[in-house]
Design a protein around this ligand. Sequence first.
Ligand SMILES: Nc1ncnc2c1ncn2[C@@H]1O[C@H](COP(=O)(O)OP(=O)(O)OP(=O)(O)O)[C@@H](O)[C@H]1O
Ligand SMILES: [Mg+2]
Length: 223
Amino acid sequence: MLGGGIPYGRTILVEGPPGVGKTILSLHFLIDGIVKNPKSPERGLFISLDEDPVDIIHEASVFGWNLEKLRNLGELFIIDSYSGRVGLRTKFVPAVPLKDSFDPETVLDLLEKICVEKKVKRLVVDSLSALIDGIEGKKRSKMIMKLISLCKRLSLTTFLTTGLGEDSGIERYGTHGVIRMSYSRDGNKTGRMLEIVKMRETPHYMGNIPYNIGKDGIELEIL
Ligand SMILES: Nc1ncnc2c1ncn2[C@@H]1O[C@H](COP(=O)(O)OP(=O)(O)OP(=O)(O)O)[C@@H](O)[C@H]1O
Ligand SMILES: [Mg+2]
């Protein structure tokens, strides 16, 4: 669909309704960066804001992805930003510290620290919606643009997941590419489909491609 894949060092928005597979696609992207490049694995960082990372690790194991092993090898890093956001203490390391109120700046600081120290190449923020939850207007746009420019400065290839927003959302204009995941209906049967809405600098397939969530993760049906 992309004639060569996701462009290096760019930030891509992955948008779609609940349960469509945004988290699984994002994990698949991180895992592939490591296991499909055995000679020079691209280190990945997953920032978990929507789910407890312990649950993420368990969910991934169903697809044969051993996140704990990759963490122990120093190839994958996970930040628990979920517990701090919902006001829970956590034993997970690293985690965004529990404060009176959730501060996205703390997440960005920890993100930068880990990416620089560990030479991270691929980043997932799951989800952008949770990171900026409660921030409105100009402050919201500013925070999104700050995150996008930080990712660019750190030369990260990034997936930001989000629910379906309004068309005017700055995240859709400010990012390099937009991948939309959605549900399709055929009689009583519900399917899933994926569309490249935009990908700057890249000729790409225009249209929806059905996909399944199978035993190996996201599986696109052949074009
Ligand atoms: N092992 C599996 N095999 C097949 N399908 C699965 C499997 N595990 C999860 N799913 C499907 O994937 C969905 C969850 O995917 P995922 O968590 O990536 O969605 P999401 O878009 O991130 O949702 P949310 O917006 O709620 O975070 C489930 O609702 C289920 O339909
Ligand atoms: Mg999710």
